[in-house]
Design a binder for this molecule. Structure first.
Ligand code: DGL
Length: 259
């Protein structure tokens, strides 16, 4: 395994690009391969077994392409499948989970809100984390429909505004002062979320923390790419690539491929 081998990143779709952006910002010399499994989105409505099978399939593709490490840029896949992935494959895996810990520590109203998929909110890993912070009131909300609207290119739409209002207004009424975004698609909704919730409510997502953890694990395993040569950022989607290209802001190295 050479240090120049790429970091593999996958998500149920385009949401994990919010994590790729953080990783690329912190580690600009790394080569990366991103898989958007949009054909199978949303994962959040699938069974644990289905999420595990899809996560294995994505990891196998990335490993075949020579990835030295895999970032599971999906809360739903992490909370349901990371254990199986780590047991099955012998390269390092980085996962992402809703940032309950910082929100619970920082909250002054002792009430925090979490917006995540059904798959994440029902997972054992998530519920164990919630139990750890039982002194804080956690208002959980499943973001039904949000991932699909983003995947369909309806990020800014009346339907989106209506759903966000329906999900967020009860949290505001419950007096939350932190809103945790527990799905990698949701950071793209921040401008709209800010129009609905009052200014004093802070929004937390896990993107930066995941990038820092990626760097730490690369260092620990002596896998950092020290070459300053031009690196490659490649993206594959098994669906129409229009929305992925627009969210990235570029279209070279974005490929449509069936997987
Ligand atoms: N980006 C995925 C996550 O972080 C979305 C899951 C889905 O496809 O429902 O959970």
């Amino acid at each position: 395994m050479s240090n120049a081998n790429p970091i593999g990143i996958f998500d149920s779709g385009i949401g994990g690009t919010s994590i790729w952006k953080e990783i690329h910002k912190l580690l600009p010399h790394e080569n990366t391969i991103y898989l958007a499994d949009s054909k199978n989105a949303p994962y959040g409505q699938k069974s644990k077994e289905e999420i595990i099978a899809l996560s294995i399939k994505n990891s196998e593709i990335l490993i075949e392409k020579g990835c030295k490490m895999i970032v599971v840029a999906c809360n739903t896949a992490t909370t349901n499948a990371i254990k199986e992935l780590r047991n099955r494959f012998d390269i390092p895996f980085i996962g992402i989970e809703p940032a309950i810990k910082p929100a619970a520590h920082l909250s002054e109203t002792e009430t925090i809100g979490i917006l995540a998929t059904k798959g994440t909110i029902n997972s054992e890993l998530f519920n164990r984390a919630v139990e750890t912070y039982s002194d804080v009131k956690i208002v959980e909300q499943i973001g039904y429909g949000l991932v699909q609207l983003i995947e369909d290119g309806k990020m800014v739409s009346d339907e989106m505004t209506q759903l966000l209002k329906e999900y967020l207004e009860p949290m505001v009424e419950a007096n939350i002062d932190y809103l945790v975004l527990g799905c990698t698609h949701y950071p793209y909704l921040i401008p709209q979320i800010k129009k609905i919730i009052p200014k004093h409510i802070k929004i937390i997502d896990s993107g930066e923390a995941v990038a820092k953890q990626t760097k730490k694990v690369l260092e620990k395993n002596n896998l950092l790419n020290l070459s300053k040569e031009k690196n490659k950022q490649v993206f594959y989607t098994n669906s129409d690539s229009t929305v992925l290209k627009s969210i990235l802001g570029f279209s070279d190295m974005v490929f449509e491929k069936d997987f």
